[in-house]
Design a protein around this ligand. Structure first.
Ligand SMILES: [Zn+2]
Length: 112
């Protein structure tokens, strides 16, 4: 059952329209202010999928070509690079957990 979502260009609120039958047509409009100036928006599911896709791209092995798993500094550089690329969306928690994971490494590696 497809759900169409429209954002009102006037008041900015979202209106969802559930299409019960394929033959059914909808006349999108704002449920809040009655405006018909609405823009179709991509559903949340689609957004999430594209975000996953972006993560996949980011984790593309080709990007890891210069990574030396045995060199903690090399790993750290990569993690920081990923943190910068994803930081805005995943927030500081992600960066902290990534950096926290790094600091969990055995202290003997610190001096390498
Ligand atoms: Zn509106």
């Amino acid at each position: 059952m497809p759900i169409y979502e429209y954002r009102c260009e006037i008041c900015g609120k979202l209106s969802s329209f559930l299409l019960l039958r394929a033959s059914e047509t909808i006349e999108p409009g704002c449920k809040y202010c009655g405006s018909t100036v609405v823009r179709r928006i991509i559903s949340r599911v689609t957004v999430l999928k594209s975000e996953e896709k972006r993560l996949e791209t980011l984790l593309d092995p080709a990007k890891f070509s210069d990574l030396d798993e045995n060199d903690p500094r090399s790993v750290e550089q990569l993690v920081r690079r990923m943190g910068r690329e994803l930081g805005d969306e995943l927030g500081e928690d992600f960066q902290e957990s990534m950096e926290g994971a790094l600091s969990d490494k055995p202290s003997s590696l610190e001096d390498v």
